[in-house]
Design a protein around this ligand. Structure first.
Ligand code: MG
Length: 158
C-alpha cells in the first residue's frame, strides 16, 4: 500500500541571515528569516512526510512559539518527522521537490543537498530529486524578497 504527501513552505529573504537550503549552507548575500534555521526545502519535505500519514503539519509538531526550536537545525526536524512516519508503519520511497527563487543559482549545490537529505533519511541521493526555477523576475520571488519550496513524497507500507 502506498501513500502520497505534498508540502510547501515560504520564507522571507533578508541580508544578515544565513541561507540554508536542503541542509546545506549556501553562500549568498541574503538568508531566510525564521524561528528555526529557515530551511524552506527541508520544511516542505517535513510537511509532505507528515501529510502523507495525516499527521498535521510542521507548525503543529514544532511550533515557532516554542523556544526549543529557536535556530533549530531543520535536519533534526526532518529526522523527527520521518520517525513519525516510520512509527505509522511506512517507508519513504522517494522525494521530488522544487525550489522557487531568483538567486543564487542552485544547480552547483544540488548534489550536496541531495547527499545531505539522503543521509538524514537513510536513502540514496538518487531518491531525493531537487529541482529549481526562478520566477522570471515576477513577484516577491523575482524581487528576491522570498523563497518558496514544494515537495512531494511517496510512502510504502512495510
Ligand atoms: Mg518554514
Amino acid at each position: 500500500m502506498f501513500r502520497i504527501g505534498q508540502g510547501i513552505d515560504f520564507h522571507r529573504l533578508e541580508s544578515g541571515h544565513d541561507l540554508w537550503l536542503g541542509g546545506v549552507k549556501i553562500p549568498h548575500s541574503k538568508g531566510c528569516v525564521a524561528h528555526s534555521d529557515g530551511d524552506v526545502l527541508l520544511h516542505a519535505i517535513c510537511d509532505a512526510l507528515l501529510g502523507a500519514v495525516s499527521l498535521g503539519d510542521i507548525g503543529h509538531h514544532f511550533p515557532d512559539t516554542d523556544p526549543a526550536y529557536k535556530n533549530a537545525d531543520s535536519k533534526v526536524l526532518l529526522q523527527r518527522c520521518y520517525s513519525l512516519v516510520r512509527e505509522k508503519g511506512y517507508w519513504l520511497v522517494n522525494v521530488d521537490s522544487t525550489l522557487l527563487l531568483q538567486a543564487p543559482k542552485i544547480s552547483p549545490h544540488v548534489a550536496q543537498m541531495q547527499a545531505a537529505i539522503a543521509e538524514v533519511l537513510h536513502m540514496e541521493s538518487d531518491d531525493i530529486s531537487i529541482k529549481a526555477t526562478t520566477a522570471e523576475q515576477m513577484s516577491f520571488i523575482g524581487r528576491e524578497e522570498g523563497v518558496v519550496a514544494t515537495a512531494t513524497v511517496l510512502l510504502q507500507k512495510y
